[in-house]
Design a protein. Structure first.
Length: 502
């Protein structure tokens, strides 16, 4: 299918606008983060390299931000591109459009953030007695287009390959950190010893940074650096589009036709036994009735329920108390076996089904972290590496070394979710345990769940809070009277549910 340039431009604008709104929805600073984030990094590096290490570079603040701001554009685009297809799975599943626009929209969004930092550069130029040059008028678009081409090439390679090699995220994080220190952002290129000059010569990111720095600080256009930026950018884009075009059918199949939770015609019954210890005379005078009571009855938790959840989907189970939601989660988690039907899952499952689940009341919070994280599949060494992050997330302070039998329900929820936040599951199952936490911690948990979703984790979520469901979930499964009633988009099912509950 062929698309004209006008349509492609409109599509790019719409998707970029969508990404901006989603990123800053419910954010306190909103779009100001586009300036605040790189500025905060600049302040930290200035303190370390200028005030502590006393790097002797004139006008170091301007020098630093003219390298750091364009780097932030590249690094954020490359990192976020890893999950750009996964984060837009719902769009890819339901419509036909040029999907290569998705990583490009991510590059453009970060580019808009970079443009917002240019006034900050201007302010610092004036502070240090420097002025913008007229060459900025054509220099900024020229270098920016080169960076878009270069960054798009990197982004489409990362976003495509990450669907098939999920460990790529680890290598990309390390690679970007390595390239940051191999690029003259914090130091001048002439500070590198001669024997290591190849680091600059063969590093296209160095050409990108030096192009911007020459323009902003000297008002000059270094066409050698700009040519290198364009040349490597075009090569990366051609390679990236070739990989994408070869794998795009597999991309759609991987996102659309690959359920990781398959719940097929599942029924779960529990036996109910009648206690007759206080009515022994029934055994003597009414033995038939007594033995019928001893035989017991059956409680139907769910009946003939079927649904699938695709990889990277966030799905909520809603319904009245006792409808069968928690039973369904237990079946998916594998802690309950179905009476009839089959439940299959793919990948590591991490579940938080009840307060204190996976904890021992006599152990301290710290000791329970080892226990619970190990039960969730982490090695002891991994738990040790993540221990401080778990404790910090939990906000338990000195209580972390107290036995959890003295914890409140809110503290248990904090501890449990803090462990979950540092596990790397393929499927995350959360029952309504967040309702007991304080509002600030609930908001942090919701954001963490959204981050899991962005990374392609499949989420199955139970909550009576429809606002949380709308924030997290793409699809909703409504269970009523132990049977499946409706399945559909979150917006439609929530509206139907509210009408039924009114």
């Amino acid at each position: 299918m062929k698309y004209n340039l006008g349509y492609l431009f409109d599509l790019l604008v719409v998707i970029t606008n969508k990404d901006l709104k989603v990123r800053y929805k419910s954010s306190m600073l909103g779009y100001l983060w586009s300036v605040a984030n790189p500025l905060l990094f600049a302040m930290i590096y200035y303190f370390i390299f200028k005030l502590v290490m006393r790097v002797q570079i004139p006008n170091y603040t301007v020098f630093l931000i003219t390298g750091l701001f364009p780097w932030q554009w590249f690094a954020s685009s490359a990192t976020n591109s890893l999950f750009s297809f996964i984060a837009n799975a719902q769009i890819i599943k339901k419509t036909v459009f040029p999907r290569s626009v998705i990583p490009l929209s991510n590059v453009m969004m970060e580019g808009l953030h970079f443009l917002c930092t240019i006034p900050v550069i201007v302010v610092f130029l004036f502070v240090y007695g420097m002025t913008p040059s007229l060459s900025w008028v054509w220099g900024i678009p020229l270098i920016a287009i080169g960076q878009v081409i270069f960054t798009f090439g990197v982004s489409i390679i990362f976003s495509t390959l990450n669907l098939f090699f999920r460990d790529l995220e680890r290598f990309v994080s390390l690679g970007i950190m390595l390239m940051f220190y191999c690029t003259p952002i914090l130091y001048a290129s002439d500070m590198i010893p001669e024997k290591f000059s190849w680091i600059i010569t063969y590093n296209p990111l160095a050409s990108m940074i030096l192009s911007w720095r020459d323009l902003f600080m000297n008002g000059t256009l270094n066409y050698e650096y700009i040519s290198i930026l364009y040349f490597t950018g075009i090569i990366l884009t051609v390679v990236g589009l070739s990989i994408f075009n070869k794998l795009k059918i597999s991309i759609c199949r991987d996102l659309v036709m690959h359920p990781v939770i398959n719940f097929s015609h599942v029924t779960k019954e529990y036996p109910l036994y009648h206690h007759i210890g206080s009515g022994i005379k029934d055994l003597i005078f009414h033995p038939k009735r007594a033995f019928q009571l001893l035989k017991g009855r059956k409680y139907l938790a769910i009946e003939d329920v079927s649904f699938t959840v695709g990889k990277g989907e966030a799905v909520a189970l809603i319904g009245r108390n006792g409808a069968g939601k928690s039973t369904s989660l237990g079946l998916v988690a594998g802690v309950i076996k179905p009476t009839k039907g089959t439940v299959t899952t793919e990948g590591r499952v991490a579940s938080m089904l009840e307060l204190g689940g996976g904890f021992h009341p006599e152990l301290t919070g710290r000791e329970n972290i080892y226990l619970n994280a190990t039960l969730l599949g982490l090695r002891r060494k991994e738990v040790q590496q993540r221990m401080e992050r778990i404790i910090e997330f939990s906000e338990l302070g000195e209580f972390i070394d107290e036995p959890i039998r003295v914890y409140s329900s809110g503290m248990l929820a904090k501890l449990g979710f803090s462990v979950i936040s540092q596990v790397e599951p393929d499927i995350l199952i959360i029952d309504e345990v967040l309702a007991v936490g304080d509002i600030a911690f609930q908001a942090k948990c919701i954001q963490t769940i959204r981050d899991f979703k962005k990374r392609g984790v499949t989420i199955l979520f139970v909550s009576h809070n429809m606002s949380d469901v709308e924030k997290i979930c793409d699809r909703v499964i409504w269970i009523e009277n132990h049977r499946l009633r409706e399945v559909g988009s979150a917006e439609r099912i929530i509206e139907l549910y509210k009408q039924a509950m009114a």
